[in-house]
Ligand binder design. Sequence first.
Ligand code: SAH
Ligand code: SF4
Length: 396
Amino acid sequence: MTASAPITQDVMTIPRKLPEGPVNLVGLTRPQMREALIAAGTPEKQAKMRVGQIWQWIYHWGVRDFDAMTNLSKAYRAELAEKFVVAVPDVVTRQVSDDGTRKYLVRIAGGHEVEIVYIPEEDRGTLCVSSQVGCTLTCSFCHTGTQKLVRNLTAAEIVGQIMVARDDLGEWPEPGTGSGESGPRLLSNIVLMGMGEPLYNFDSVRDAMKIAMDSEGISLSRRRITLSTSGVVPEIARTADEIGCMLAISFHATTDEVRDKLVPINKRWNIEELLGALAAYPKASNSERITFEYVMLDGVNDSDDDARRLIDHIKRHKIPAKINLIPFNEWPGAPYKRSSNNRIRAFADIIYKAGYASPIRTPRGEDIMAACGQLKSATERARKSRAQIEAEVKAG
Ligand code: SAH
Ligand code: SF4
């Protein structure tokens, strides 16, 4: 297990002196943007108002060019253009699946690449956002977990993924009009289920999601944002307090013996500790249930006994829960197979009869390797061999 200590940053204090080169305004919290504007010469008295105006241009209307920010004076716009940029990740490739799923490979500072997936549905559209390049955790069924290179994404790079998708969907409202919250949105939901463990990049994820939720910004409801974690127990309560979004847990096994192998962070915080943190989750209620994600692996975690144990865990701890069964998405060299459809249905049936919703997640975008757990940037070729992965799984 290679879990590192949670990484934290002091987000409220940036010096009133600008670093060399233009500063990216994307991803700054409102207080941070205010500080940055003051450091660049904006009078303190005006700074709050300027933040409001610039914020609206950037996040409400998707404008990147200061010159188009027409409620600011020409001179001020020129000043801003000298000291700041409004930068989002560069799109390297864009693939569209037969089922309409879109996958973007974007490049960020340092030449790193991450993937973003947009999944259109009848009445909504979900963007699957990445929080890290790769992942320090090594869940044995997950393609991202085989990627060696890892760095945390900045808040700018996280919120930038949403902006890039809105660009591609052509979804920014006309400047001067509302934020578009009245009609249905193409991008209506966000899931932090792309590459990386969001709770190992807590502060940047929080700042980015605050911008996504800001009513003068992208203006998505907190109930339309779901953060998925493998079970970083000490950070779970903070998710409710500081972000307030919905929570999903990569549960995947019902005994510590099996979960230690599938989700190695279990060796640090085991099933009972995880269930304790979920039972105490401040936001959980019948209307805001915690999603238990459960990947169906043939002969590994998919028995009737597993289904019964899963229900028992949830009931024993009285956790308001829904269970999402995910047919395993295979990737080259993966050491597991997907459970048969009959097995998945039988498993779902036990859960359903126990009184829980048990939707089976339809794999989307498989033809472009965009399904859950298949993401891994194409340029990061330092992939472990199949033999290496199998050896690690056996060694547990
Ligand atoms: N690191 C976070 C979020 C990213 S993974 C987490 O682990 O929760 C998003 C979901 O996809 C998780 O539930 C993860 O366990 C699941 N997943 C990973 N690899 C998969 C695969 N090959 N097939 C199906 N689901 C997978
Ligand atoms: Fe990381 Fe999540 Fe994949 Fe595990 S399942 S390796 S925590 S991205």
